[in-house]
Design a binder for this molecule. Structure first.
Ligand code: KIV
Length: 265
C-alpha cells in the first residue's frame, strides 16, 4: 500500500465482538494494544499488563477476526532482558494467541531482538516516539523529537528498525513534519498516532474514537461517537424499568400449557 500511496488504517481491539466489527469494516490491521491495561483493565499505565492478560485478549480478538492481520503488543519487560526472552514471548503471541505479528517499543535499543524475532519467521512492528512503557523515563505523555538530538535519534531508531526487518513502524506523538520526514526516509510503512497526516497510515485506540473511555482523552484522538452517553442511558433506562416493574413484558417472557401448571398447583 505504501508504494501506491494508499493510506493504511489500524485500530486497537481487545475482545471478540469489537474485533469482528473492526474486521467487517475492512480495517486491515488490528492491534491488541497493551493500552488494554488502561482502557479495559483500569490500570493507570500500560506497565502492569502481563503476558497472560495480553494472550487472553489476543485469543478473543483472533476469534472475532476473519481478514485483518492481528498484531499482539508485547508488554513491558517481556522482550528487554534477553533475546531468548524476546523470542519466547513473541512466539507465545503467535502460537498460543494466534496473532500474525507482534509489536514492541523501542528503536536502536531493541533492533537486535527485532532482527532475531523476524529471523524466526515472526513479523515485527516497531513503535517509537512516545513509548508508554517508558513513561517514567519520558516524564509524562509529551511530544517527542522536538530538539535536534531527539529528532535525529528518532530517525536513527526508525532506520534501525527498518534495517532489523520490522515490517512497519508506529510513530506516536511526534511533530507532524518530523513524522513526514521519517516516512519519506524509510521504505516500510509508518503508522502514526498523534504524528500528523504525513504518515503512511493511522492508528487509534478504539475506545478513544468511540468515546467509550473518558478518563483521559488524548489530544490526537477524534471522537466519532459518544458511546459513554448511549451506554449510560441504556443502563439507566433498564435499571428504572426493573425497579418500576416495567421490565420484562410479555414480549420478553415465555408461556406454557396452563394445564401443566394447574397440575402442579
Ligand atoms: O497499546 C496501544 O494501543 C498502542 C497504540 C497506541 C499504538 O501501542
Amino acid at each position: 500500500m505504501k508504494p501506491k500511496g494508499e493510506k493504511i488504517t489500524m485500530l486497537t481491539a481487545y475482545d471478540y465482538v469489537t474485533a469482528g466489527l473492526v474486521d467487517e469494516a475492512g480495517v486491515p490491521l488490528i492491534l491488541v494494544g497493551d493500552s488494554l491495561g488502561m482502557v479495559v483493565l483500569g490500570y493507570e499505565s500500560t506497565i502492569p499488563v502481563t503476558m497472560e492478560e495480553m494472550l487472553h485478549h489476543t485469543r478473543a480478538v483472533v476469534r472475532g477476526t476473519k481478514k485483518a492481520m492481528v498484531i499482539g503488543d508485547m508488554p513491558f519487560m517481556t522482550y528487554h532482558v534477553s533475546v531468548d526472552d524476546a523470542l519466547r514471548n513473541a512466539a507465545r503471541f503467535i502460537q498460543e494467541g494466534g496473532a500474525q505479528a507482534v509489536k514492541l517499543e523501542g528503536g536502536v535499543n531493541v533492533a537486535e531482538k527485532v532482527k532475531r524475532i523476524v529471523d524466526c519467521g515472526m513479523p515485527v512492528m516497531g513503535h517509537i516516539g512516545l513509548t508508554p512503557q517508558s513513561i517514567h523515563q519520558l516524564g509524562g505523555f509529551k511530544v517527542q523529537g522536538k530538539t535536534p538530538q531527539a529528532a535525529q535519534k528518532l530517525l536513527d531508531d526508525a532506520r534501525a528498525l527498518e534495517e532489523a526487518g520490522a515490517f512497519s513502524i508506529v510513530l506516536e506523538t511526534v511533530p507532524a513534519p518530523l513524522a513526514t520526514l521519517i516516512t519519506q526516509k524509510v521504505s516500510v510503512p509508518t503508522i502514526g498516532i498523534g504524528a500528523g497526516i504525513g504518515c503512511d497510515g493511522q492508528v487509534q485506540v478504539i475506545n478513544d474514537i468511540l468515546g467509550s473511555f473518558t478518563d483521559f482523552v488524548p489530544r490526537h484522538a477524534k471522537q466519532y461517537a459518544n458511546l459513554t452517553d448511549i451506554i449510560k442511558k441504556a443502563i439507566t433506562d433498564y435499571h428504572e424499568e426493573v425497579k418500576a416493574g416495567k421490565f420484562p413484558t410479555g414480549k420478553q417472557s415465555f408461556s406454557m400449557d396452563e394445564g401443566i401448571l394447574d397440575g402442579l398447583k
